[in-house]
Design a protein. Structure first.
Length: 487
């Protein structure tokens, strides 16, 4: 009775799991979390929890909403990262099944021509037929398999976080390109208006030159200003085409596919008066890059256990069940049943420290992942604070430039009254209006800057993603093509 009991020992040991247990990420930025608010948050922000996946709707621009939805549905970047999630899921399933016994069926026919014994008489022809099952199972004595499962599952979580991070970058990229397009379209319009005014100035100055009341220098100076203004329109056209191309590619189309849809100039969309930003603790829990770093730390921690288990003995069970004989019919005769069970123990007791070195390397990888997580948290907080400061100061700049534009408009109105009264020249009025257009251009650029900084805030807060349907991803949907052009 003692021998069977010996085989129960490894079974009883299967509850042992080597390596450190993952207890969650290290405490990082505790001061920021305890403070409960961002340092650079301005009066235009609130501590309310922001909407996770639809921040761009704050612009109240239906066309932008359609472009973002189209990009999320058809971007090749999203498809690429989704495929990596499927790959990680498949690897996790593969790792899980590797702990189960493996069974294989085989059929064998052996033909042998044997020489005569002692060189006397005739040789022997022998044919052997066999049909059977082979089984193999490695016991998870020290939990190496369980740690490998933990590692694989953590890798799946990291890839899902990468998918969310790709969604954040994509939605921000679409919004940034859209705002930049509307900004450059407005500047092209204002540049054309300024060109018309300068041409009128030149025409009036040429009349005065013909009458001897203006100098050639005055005429040349105005001509130079006109040429500079016209030159500024050339790169603006190139920028417009660049943003049109970006938006087409971001939504999974070829460059030029959205020209007809977006060619009509529209005002730059502006952010809401109040912006919900939450607090640092929410940021740490929400940002996809932080979530990915945390899952990578979990995977690296499990990897230490995987390596540690390789330093210890392994027990394998091999089994054979077969039917066979010298005739084909013998494989159907239960009297020819052959069984074999062969437990084996292996342990690399003399590997010159290779297994221990592998464990040390895994521990170093765990420590590096720990540092990467802490750095990622700090960089996320830095990004958020920087973008919040930029958003607050851009809003102040816009206010100042709006006041300057209002002053320019009042000056144009007053001088227009003087022209009507005959106390000021029309050419002076045209110059004032040209300066007013320059003020409008500055305001338009500041509006675009404000909207761009609002986008930066939402990206820094880790907004713009939604939890994926992991079952649908695992099913493996095929490549997608862009849908109809947004209207």
């Amino acid at each position: 009775m003692r021998k069977p009991l010996l085989f129960l020992v490894p079974v009883m040991l299967t509850g042992c799991t080597v390596g450190p247990n993952y207890a969650g990420p290290p405490t990082t930025a505790s001061h920021a979390v305890a403070r409960g608010s961002f340092v650079r948050a301005g009066v235009q922000t609130t501590a309310d929890t922001p909407a996770l996946s639809t921040w761009w709707e704050g612009f109240n621009d239906p066309l932008l909403n359609a472009l973002v939805a189209d990009a999320l549905a058809h971007s090749p970047t999203i498809d690429q990262v989704t495929a990596r999630v499927r790959e990680a899921q498949a690897q996790a399933r593969q790792q899980k099944t590797s702990r189960l016994p493996s069974v294989s069926a085989n059929g064998t026919v052996i033909r042998a021509d044997l020489p005569p014994i002692g060189g006397q008489g005739e040789g022997t022809d022998l044919t052997f037929y066999n049909l059977g099952l082979n089984a193999a199972w490695e016991l998870d004595l020290f939990g190496g398999g369980r740690r490998a499962n933990e590692q694989a599952n953590a890798n799946v979580g990291a890839r899902i976080a990468d998918l969310a991070d790709a969604q954040v970058s994509l939605t921000a990229g679409v919004a940034q390109a859209y705002v930049a397009l509307r900004d450059v379209q407005e500047r092209i319009r204002l540049n054309a208006h300024s060109t018309d005014l300068q041409k009128r100035q030149i025409a009036l100055t040429r009349q005065r030159f013909d009458l001897g009341t203006a100098s050639k220098l005055d005429l040349e100076r105005l001509q130079e200003q006109l040429e500079q203004t016209q030159a500024q329109a050339i790169p603006l056209a190139a920028q417009r085409d660049e943003y049109l191309n970006q938006l087409a590619v971001l939504t999974g189309r070829t460059p030029g596919a959205l020209d007809a849809t977006l060619s009509t100039a529209m005002p730059v969309p502006l952010p809401p008066a109040q912006v919900a930003v939450g607090d640092p603790a929410q940021l740490i829990a929400r940002r996809p890059d932080v979530r990915a770093a945390e899952r990578q730390l979990a995977a690296a921690t499990a990897g230490v256990g995987v390596s540690k288990a390789k330093e210890l003995p392994t027990v394998r069970f091999l089994g054979l069940l077969g039917l066979g004989g010298t005739t084909p019919g013998a494989v159907f005769d239960l009297g020819n049943l052959t069984t074999l069970a062969a437990p084996s123990l292996s342990w690399s007791v003399l590997d010159f420290g290779r297994a221990k070195a592998a464990t040390r390397a895994s521990e170093a990888q765990r420590d590096a992942a720990d540092a990467t997580y802490r750095r990622t948290v700090l960089e996320a907080l830095e990004d958020a604070e920087t973008q919040l400061s930029r958003f607050a100061n851009t809003r102040l700049q816009l206010g100042q430039l709006a006041q300057a534009e209002a002053t320019s408009a009042r000056a144009a109105t007053l001088n227009r009254q003087r022209v009507a009264a005959g106390t000021s020249r029309l050419i002076d009025q045209l110059d004032i209006e040209r300066q007013q257009i320059a003020a409008r251009i500055a305001v338009a650029q500041a509006k675009a800057g404000l909207s761009t900084s609002y986008i930066g805030v939402n990206k820094a807060l880790g907004l713009g993603w939604s939890a994926p349907d992991t079952a649908a991803i695992s099913a493996g949907a095929g490549p997608k093509t862009a849908g109809p052009t947004p209207r």
